[in-house]
Design a protein around this ligand. Structure first.
Ligand code: PLP
Length: 385
């Protein structure tokens, strides 16, 4: 059975060209880039190239790129490293819809006495910037707000938010793990001080990330030890990961317009067909400002997990907005923050596409979904018979 992979916000396929690029660095060119000898030194040159390619994609200087172990590490470093650099400031501002890589850190900080403000969102997942403005004060060390939401694809007005925050001398961090490669980003013209990204969302391998640190931004290192990454992130480099991420950044920059057009067309076709063929469906998120690859649809009166299991029988991979916690199915914190009603939040499915998806895959899925939903509704206790 063929796999139809619509779960690219969870992780992406490593691009074949990325794989070819990193292959020599496992068994052949396995030197340590910190070594004095030529064998290790040649690896150091490749890391330099990768840093340049990442900087080109982001529109920044290579010296502003720190390679990390993943998006989660970049987020942790940004928040904890800023607080350590500003020990007198005790306030952190974030949103209720962040990924756990930010939200869990902030909630832990709260238990250590920090004043953490979680901004709410409206029913479309949008922030009220007046609320943010009211919260900015002398005690605020950092504002951390995601570029785009991983569940709904909603894109926040990062330029505007960044200007509001940094004009008051407050550090601005954005988790751009879902945005890089899907929305144009030019850090040379942006008020962003710190930005996180993750390789495995960009057709690079898992276990590699980047933290962009704008020149002049105060940040205490999170990982301490050796002098790697200019002393800003200790630990022997994930050489294949870094080289792979460099290649992935190059490919993303080269193919950006074509790729975005392709995924947007397929996403729109899939979404439109589902809404037309299944009654009682709704799209979650801000459809005007949304990642081009993401569609989060609530199928009212059915369980998301049941839909996923039935789609899985056809090889269709998507993800649901609920998380199974201690035996009870809790709807996602993002949909709850948006006030999506219980009967809709439980039946939410996220389809997230990539450059590898095809018209045939979309047509196949469009054919399979309506009977799956109809069958589940027949069995649903929420639907009047
Ligand atoms: N931030 C967002 C918005 C994400 O979607 C993810 C992963 O899903 C992460 C952070 C964590 O990235 P990583 O898996 O590289 O730790």
């Amino acid at each position: 059975m063929k796999t139809v992979y619509f779960d690219n916000n969870a992780t992406t396929k490593v691009d074949e060209a990325v794989f070819e690029e990193i292959k020599p660095y496992f068994c052949g060119l396995y030197g340590n880039p910190s070594s004095m000898h030529t064998f290790g030194g040649q690896v150091g040159i490749k890391i330099r190239n990768a840093r340049e390619k990442a900087a080109e994609l982001l529109g920044c200087d290579p010296s502003e790129i720190i390679f990390t172990g993943c998006g989660t590490e970049s987020d942790n470093t940004a928040i904890k490293g800023t607080l350590a650099a500003y020990p007198d400031k005790r306030k952190v501002i974030t949103t209720r819809v962040e990924h756990p890589a930010v939200l869990t850190v902030c909630r832990e900080l709260e238990s250590h006495g920090y004043n953490v403000v979680e901004l709410g969102v409206d029913k479309n997942g949008r922030l009220d910037l007046n609320e943010l403005e009211d919260q900015l004060d002398e005690d605020t060390a950092i504002v951390t707000i995601m570029f785009a939401n991983n569940e709904t694809g909603t894109i926040f007005p990062i330029q505007k938010i960044g200007e509001m925050v940094t004009s008051r001398g407050i550090v601005f961090h954005t988790d751009a793990v879902q945005a890089v490669g899907k929305v144009p980003i030019n850090l040379s013209k942006s008020p962003i001080d710190l930005l996180s990204l993750s390789g495995h969302k960009l057709h690079a391998p898992k276990g590699i990330g980047i933290l962009y640190v704008k020149r002049g931004t105060r940040l205490t290192p999170f990982m301490m030890g050796g002098h790697q990454e200019g002393g800003r992130r200790a630990g022997t480099e994930n050489v294949p990961g870094i080289i792979g991420l460099g290649k992935a950044c190059e490919l993303s920059k080269q193919n950006f317009d074509k790729e975005i057009k392709h995924v947007r067309h397929l996403r729109d076709k899939l979404e439109k067909a589902i809404l037309e063929s299944c009654p009682d469906c709704m799209v979650n998120g801000d459809v005007e400002n949304r990642l081009p690859n993401t569609s989060n649809i609530s199928f009212k009166f059915v369980e998301g997990e049941a839909i996923l299991l039935m789609l899985d029988k056809f090889g269709i991979c998507a993800s649901s907005g609920s998380a199974c916690t201690s035996g009870s199915l809790e709807p996602s914190h993002v949909l709850r923050a948006m006030g999506v009603p219980f009967t809709a939040a439980h039946g939410s499915i996220r389809f997230s596409l990539s450059r590898y998806n095809t018209e045939e895959e979309v047509d196949f899925t469009i054919e399979k979904i309506p009977p799956v939903i109809a069958r589940l509704r027949e069995l649903s206790p929420f639907v009047a018979k």
